[in-house]
Design a protein around this ligand. Structure first.
Ligand SMILES: Nc1nc2c(c(=O)[nH]1)N[C@H]1C(S)=C(S)[C@@H](COP(=O)(O)OP(=O)(O)OC[C@H]3O[C@@H](n4cnc5c(N)ncnc54)[C@H](O)[C@@H]3O)O[C@H]1N2
Ligand code: MOO
Length: 394
């Protein structure tokens, strides 16, 4: 039996070289959400690009503040500011360029009168130290500084920064394309009638959406009946994908389509975790004759919770990095098979986690209400309420 870490290492060794060779593409900034940045990006301009006002108020030479000063015509955001002559003040709006000579801003409500006066009128300004309410050029980021590092998953803040820096497009890693093959005679497609003895296919949707959320492109193949010859046909017809994942058909049954169809080509292992114990890993030949190539293959167990937990444990970290991990206290006693790393589903709030449903890997309804995976480590049989465990926030 393999440990979780051993299988994680095996999956990483199989997939990392492929993922690293995937290459980059340039995409318009608004389309780069959740993509991985392909190279370090440095600031082509400083932010702010020029000294500007942090307040709607009066720009002043600080040495001349604490006095009544005649005002010039107001400077709006977007205008180029001229020199502020000595002995003058100028109404200035938030974000407007500070005129040369000025080094402080007095908020309009601190002036007397507490409004914007017309050009030529004078206004009494309180003492304002140098730098007051002035946002210096480069105080957010200096020109040439590292803005976003290669490998960063681009979220709203990173994309906003790149927009502020004037970048219209961004180099991102090409998406990994993953074919998803749910197997089993019992499967019917959601939306279709359900004959007796059959169940609806949950895994195609579950795994497809997990892959999309992690930044990959999922290609959902039609479900495969328990017919090893059918698997050969699927492989022959497959092109343009970086990875194939199957679900089901890998344990000890009499009709294990993946196990029978790929015997000798891929490894079938028992991993010391629950759910997700049975795992397959290796490489498969795909493509029509003359265009064959070899791609990595992962076989996840068929139970839907096993499939999603397998994805979270083995694949998601390689596609999108680790989940947020923290320690939480169990809300109630818990038991776990000591020979396995058990991964339960739970509801995390205020440093406490409540287990939802039992350990069974068919309990998809409970998982659909969970916001965390709860780790009960190898070697642990019983945990008391209040004991700390690791949780991964989903
Ligand atoms: N004798 C043994 N039997 C089983 C063992 C074992 O060690 N010895 N392991 C059990 C464990 S643990 C798991 S997990 C499953 C894994 O089996 P398979 O990967 O071969 O999966 P299947 O048998 O095809 O399906 C398992 C279960 O999940 C349902 N299923 C499958 N695909 C889907 C889908 N796309 N959507 C919804 N539900 C699906 C399927 O109907 C089965 O109920 O093996 C245990 N057995
Ligand atoms: O290892 Mo299985 O995934 O418990 O049901």
């Amino acid at each position: 039996m393999r440990t979780v870490t051993e299988h994680q290492t095996a999956v990483a060794e199989l997939l990392r070289p492929r993922f690293e060779k995937r290459g980059a593409e340039s995409v318009p900034l608004p389309q780069a959400l959740h993509r991985l940045l392909a190279e370090d990006l440095r600031a082509p301009v400083a932010l702010p690009p020029f000294d500007n006002s942090q307040m709607d108020g009066y720009a002043v030479r600080s040495a001349e503040s604490g006095a009544r000063l005649p005002a010039l015509a107001a400077i709006a955001a977007g205008q180029q500011a001229a020199l502020l002559p000595p002995g003058r003040t100028v109404p200035i709006m938030t974000g407007a360029m500070l005129p040369a000579g000025a080094d402080a801003v007095v908020p309009v409500e601190a002036a007397q009168p507490a409004r914007f006066v017309s050009a030529g009128e004078s206004v009494l300004l309180p003492e304002a130290p140098a730098g007051q309410f002035v946002r210096r050029a480069g105080s957010d980021i200096a020109i040439g500084a590292l803005a976003v590092a290669a490998g960063t998953r681009l979220g709203p803040a990173q994309l906003g920064l790149l927009g502020a820096l004037g970048l219209g497009s961004v180099p991102v890693l090409r998406r990994i394309t993953v074919a998803v093959l749910s197997t089993g005679d019992e499967l019917a497609a959601p939306g279709e009638p359900l004959p007796p003895g059959r169940i609806y296919d949950a895994n195609s949707t579950l795994l497809g959406s997990a892959l999309s959320e992690a930044g990959a492109t999922a290609v959902l193949l039609p479900t495969l009946p328990d017919d090893p010859a059918g698997l050969d046909a699927v492989l022959d017809g497959l092109t343009g994908v970086d990875l194939l994942i199957s679900t089901g058909g890998i344990s000890q049954g009499a009709f294990e389509v993946v196990k029978q169809g790929l015997a000798g080509m891929v490894g079938f292992h028992q991993v010391a975790m629950q759910p997700g114990g049975p795992q397959a890993i290796g490489s498969v030949r795909i493509g029509p004759p003359g265009e064959e190539r070899t791609i990595p293959f992962l076989g996840f167990p068929g139970n839907p919770v096993s499939t999603l937990v397998s994805f979270e444990m083995f694949l998601r970290p390689l596609l999108a990095g680790p989940r947020n991990r923290l320690r939480a206290r169990l809300s109630a006693d818990a038991a776990s098979p000591p020979g396995k790393h058990q991964i339960r589903r739970g509801l995390f709030a205020q440093e406490t986690v409540q287990l939802l449903g039992g350990p069974g890997s068919h309990l998809l309804h409970a998982m659909a209400q969970a916001n965390a995976l709860v780790h009960l480590p190898l070697g642990v049989a019983e945990l008391a309420a209040g004991e700390e465990v690791e949780v991964w926030l989903l």
